[in-house]
Design a protein around this ligand. Sequence first.
Ligand code: VG1
Ligand code: CO
Length: 544
Amino acid sequence: MTPIKTVATTPYQDQKPGTSGLRKKVPVFAQENYAENFIQSIFDSLEGFEGATLVIGGDGRYYNREVIQKAIKMAAASGFGKVMVGQGGILSTPAASNIIRKYKAFGGIILSASHNPGGPTEDFGIKYNIGNGGPAPEKITDAIFARTKVIDEYKIADVADIDLDAVGSFNLAGMEVEVIDPVADYADLMEDLFDFSSIRALIASGFNVVIDSMGAVTGPYARELLENRLGAPEGSVRNAIPLPDFGGHHPDPNLVHAKELYDDVMSASGPHFGAASDGDGDRNMVVGKGMFVTPSDSLAIIAANATVAPGYAAGIAGIARSMPTSEAADRVAEKLGIGMYETPTGWKFFGNLLDAGKATICGEESFGTGSNHVREKDGLWAVLFWLNILAARNESVAEIVTKHWAEYGRNYYSRHDYEEVDSDAANGLIAALREKLPSLPGQSFGALKVASADDFAYHDPIDGSESKNQGIRVLFEGGSRVVFRLSGTGTSGATIRVYVERYEPDPAKHGMETQSALADLIAVADEISELKKRSGRDAPTVIT
Ligand code: VG1
Ligand code: CO
């Protein structure tokens, strides 16, 4: 008797994938057939996977194991030949991307809500990645969403739960399941890209490095790399055990949620260098003594120094950044005489540029940096890149950053988030801005005169696809700008993001505090968008 059973289901109307997959609260995901509907809709939107391999893994958050069991049984029922799943259900997002590429899988399902909190009433997420290892492009996520609205049945192997905790292979309803070591392949890849012997020597000389894994997925990866392969003392990786609720941490590596680490590095007796990663391991925060590196600057500095790392010794072909990310990297690309690409927010837009060899290094202002080694942003990769640069240059983080500004100028930059704002109010704010766009150019706000204003649209140079309404940009004469967009990853209400940037070429003016350096632009952003009035808020929820 075949163990495959077909189950009748009714569609949900709210399964639209956002910036990075479908994200909802756990109680939403726990509704009858909710996860099954979405997973079957993924399979129904794909063609040609009969007998092929699917990679499955997640960030270890609450509900991870339950959904992995369902996904494996459904993959068997839909005709996949093999599933590779991380031991314990664990795979960081960049590690999953690597496994898909290395073992030439058809694609992968990544269970994560990234930097959002985890737990029984917190967030969960499902994302599909294609065979290049990257997030599915809009064409596929649109097809998945269309399918979720009409789905009426799904298929599942009616078998007992799988043991996810022991590495090994077995047969499940005619499909092979391989439970793999989630760390080894990724750690090997990092060792191919970076000069581990120089970094080992730097650490052995007394350079004190700590990584805060924030109770999330990078713990085992960071331990293997930093403590086992690079010789840092045991305990250098903090909050190293992935926990279903991240130990109550909000695993978002920024100055608000990783403040303890920041304060420690800034203290006289603290470590020389600190880094943190998010829930699923694709974001990074880098802090040196006396110097927090903004993600936009980090992208520019990594690109400018890329050739110190063996994996990039031949030089980089181009840089890509999301539109709201600061233009610091543009100046590096200009100097290197290489291509610079500006894409909408979200890693899925970098995939084509990376596949085509147009861009080698990519980044976002939201603590995300990565390269063509995988097709996701990669937190530990960025940390190792910094350690490689520090080892090669024999200077402190603060020296490297200030010298970079002196050479290229400084892009003062900040993002203000207004979280859990009423959705109608947030949509109204964007709609009103959109209406104002034609009248803005030429208008002056104090000393700032609007040069141009638009709603960012992206034309993909590789596949010709168009993505509209990707953020309202107001550009001022002299190169300053403010950008407004709504988050596509939140799970309650709306989050308004305001991005503010000012370019300062004069090194004598590089020592200002960021918020003061941007004060006039922040005030103008409020005036143009009526932010305070419409959101009912006096101040942002989070400033990064
Ligand atoms: C946010 C960030 C974006 C990032 C996305 C996924 O999206 O702004 O840069 O790519 O999260 O990252 P949004 O739509 O909320 O602004 V992760 O680490 O959450 O997978
Ligand atoms: Co993430």
